[in-house]
Design a binder for this molecule. Structure first.
Ligand SMILES: Cc1ncc(C[n+]2csc(CCOP(=O)(O)OP(=O)(O)O)c2C)c(N)n1
Ligand SMILES: CC(=O)[C@@H](O)[C@H](O)COP(=O)(O)O
Ligand SMILES: [Mg+2]
Length: 640
């Protein structure tokens, strides 16, 4: 006789309302099941694991106590929201996380009413939460607002700007500081030290005992005053948060539901303005391989649940990031003025390698891109040669600093822009789409894009030499093309591109790593009897005007190709052509760029094909522009 299959409690939870009637013991069982479900799902999809595992109990407790979606729950970054997605009606789709057509890896308004505010960039939650609180008050509603922000995210200016505002505005809201003493890498800075001191204090140890001694939740029926009395036991007093106008509660153990549930109940009842609940958690909690790994499995590939072993990448050419880091290390060995900066992404940008060799010359400033840029400007103003290695998408946050502190003062800060172009699974929030346009718009800026890893090495060299103005070079996520690296890097001539294939009828002018697709497109066109020139612009600014003139003069069709949005390289070429009356001679120009939409996540090659930036699409656009064949011929070619 077979035993009845053990049903999971989790299978009975379709919305957070289903948690309300559950006993504390049930919730504890649910926490175990939820954790197992997250591990199993991410083992098949890859994604952000450690952060979600650390907030399993916290997420359950929030949903059990608060009334989402009318109460607003706002996760900072959103990379820890997989347990939340499972509890809020997305359980059936959790194995589509980060896949094409699947669930986003972050919170997203379009996806669910339980995601009142989308995120993926850090440190926005308190500002957004205050907006929700203010709007609620103006509309005379009484819903609660809860923000969950990590200790790493507390290093950014935005978090302080928001606390400064919230602490004097005094709207009711709850900020939960999820302190796991980790960012992606170990957290940095004075705030991080301060939080560690709070957690390791005698009072915290005392509070754990105190919390354990509470037999039943106080406050279900309590008024705000009673809640405050209760919480006073958890408030240490004299914290920086209190000076800023928050009622500080904590630190408490974020994995202990016997503590979390009554504390949250009482926080919910409070009407004293903003409350900050300091919760201590462990990143990767409950999954040994994550707990024991240096990065707590922040972001993982698909993995074996039993061993924790992650799927190895296919191998092949070195990653652009590594090529950059090694090239910079070589340069720094020759030049003591070279220093490196990262904003909380030492591993992602390769600056961890630089730090191993030059610990005194690498600065991890935390999640603080605005500060990183102006800090670099200060270094440059005093004669150093700073390389600020920042993902394209995160540099967006420091744009005014790039304009005001760097470009206007013509300071030679070097921007190493990683993750340029589409990045795949992280989706639209992380796509490096805009830097060509926003940097190329700045007078005096030098903007380069590497077509391959050998070019990248030479661009690092070039940037070292550009010491009278700011410069930037961009390169994509992932592996290079497998080209041999130069034994000795060579500085490029500023504002000069190169021809990589000579032809006559069609000119493909590439800026960046689409060059390989342009080469393939040229082969396809040649097979159709169409002669094609392929050029690598190398610089969007200063533009190689001579090269553009030549391509315009000697070809019927000119296509620009880039891994960036409208208003980028193609637009700069168009400006030049218009200013030189090149169109008057009947030149046919097409600019191929990312589409004017925020593309959802998928494999990068699929996204580029959707964007019309793969070889087939490039060749098809060229034939179309030529206007010789009829449409049926073009369609036949496109589907070949
Ligand atoms: C503006 C910005 N810079 C950098 C990142 C990359 N990033 C994503 S999560 C993360 C660490 C966040 O640490 P914390 O807030 O403590 O969350 P935890 O992962 O520890 O839960 C970083 C640096 C980002 N998302 N946004
Ligand atoms: C959540 C976040 O912003 C990062 O963890 C990001 O997902 C890293 O992406 P890479 O894998 O490209 O470094
Ligand atoms: Mg953290």
């Amino acid at each position: 006789m077979s035993l009845p299959a053990k049903t999971r409690l989790l299978d009975t939870i379709n919305t957070p309302a289903d948690l309300k009637s559950r006993s504390r013991e049930d919730l504890k069982q649910l926490a175990d099941e939820l954790r197992a479900e997250v591990i199993d799902a991410v083992s098949g999809t890859g994604g952000h694991l450690g952060a979600g595992l650390g907030v399993v109990e916290l997420t359950l407790a929030i949903h059990a106590i608060f009334d989402t979606p009318s109460d607003k729950l706002i996760f900072d970054v959103g990379h820890q929201c997989y347990p939340h997605k499972i509890l809020t009606g997305r359980k059936d789709r959790i194995r589509t996380l980060r896949q094409g057509g699947g669930l986003s890896g972050f919170t997203k308004r379009d996806e669910s009413e339980y995601d009142p505010f989308g995120a993926a960039h850090a440190s926005t939650s308190i500002s957004a939460g205050l907006g929700f609180a203010k709007s609620r008050d103006l509309q005379e509603r009484d819903n609660k607002v809860v923000c969950v922000i990590g200790d790493g995210a507390m290093s950014a200016g935005m978090a302080y700007e928001a606390m400064n505002n919230a602490g004097s505005d005094l709207s009711d809201m709850l900020v939960i500081l999820n302190d796991n003493d980790m960012s992606i890498a170990p957290p940095v800075g004075a705030m991080s030290h301060y939080l560690s001191k709070l957690v390791s204090s005698r009072s915290y140890r005392g509070l754990r005992k105190f919390a354990k001694s509470i037999a039943k939740p106080i406050g279900l029926e309590s008024q705000a005053r009673k809640a405050e009395e209760y919480l006073r036991g958890f408030a240490m007093g004299g914290t920086m948060f209190e000076e800023l106008g928050f009622y500080y509660v904590g630190p408490i153990d974020g994995h202990d539901l016997d503590v979390l549930l009554p504390v949250l109940e009482n926080c919910k009842a409070m009407e004293t303005g903003p409350v900050l609940l300091h919760v201590v958690t462990q990143k990767g909690k409950g999954y040994e391989p994550a707990e024991n790994s240096a990065d707590k499995y922040h972001g993982v590939a698909k993995f074996n649940v039993v061993t924790g072993e992650q799927q190895k990448s296919a191998g092949g050419p070195p990653a652009y990031t590594k090529v950059f880091a090694k090239a910079l290390i070589e340069e720094a060995r020759r030049d003591a003025k070279i220093v490196g900066i990262t904003a909380a992404m030492p591993g992602g940008t390769g600056m961890d390698l630089f730090e191993q060799e030059f610990p005194e010359r690498m600065f991890d400033v935390g999640i603080a891109e605005q500060h990183a840029v102006t800090f670099a400007a200060g270094l440059a103003a005093d004669g150093m040669k700073p390389f600020a290695a920042i993902y394209s998408t995160f540099l967006q946050r420091g744009y005014d600093q790039v304009v005001h502190d760097v470009a206007i003062q013509r300071l030679p800060v070097r921007f190493a822009i990683d993750r340029a172009g589409l990045v795949g699974a992280d989706g639209p929030t992380h796509a490096g789409s805009f830097d060509i346009g926003f940097l190329g718009a700045l007078p005096g800026m030098v903007c380069m894009a590497a077509a391959d890893e050998a070019e990248l090495v030479n661009m690092v060299r070039t940037a070292v030499e550009i010491d009278d103005r700011p410069s930037a070079f961009r390169y994509p996520r992932g592996n290079g093309v497998g080209i041999e690296l130069p034994a000795q890097p060579t500085a490029l001539e500023i504002g000069k591109g190169r021809i990589v294939r000579e032809g006559s009828t069609i000119a493909l002018l590439s800026f960046g790593a689409r060059l390989q697709e342009c080469r393939k497109a040229a082969e396809m066109l040649a097979a159709q009897g169409l002669s094609c020139t392929v050029a690598d612009a190398r610089f969007a600014k200063p533009l190689d005007e001579e090269l553009v003139n030549r391509l315009a003069r000697d070809h019927e069709v000119l296509l620009t190709v880039e891994e960036g949005s409208r208003g980028g390289f193609g637009a700069f070429v168009l400006h030049h052509l218009a200013e030189t009356n090149a169109f008057d001679n009947g030149l046919k120009v097409r600019t191929l760029h990312l589409p004017d939409i925020f593309q959802d996540q998928d494999k990068p090659e699929i996204m580029y094909a959707q964007a019309g930036l793969d070889a087939q699409s490039i060749a098809t656009r060229a034939i179309d522009a030529l206007g010789r064949g009829d449409m049926r011929e073009i369609e036949r070619f496109a589907s070949a």
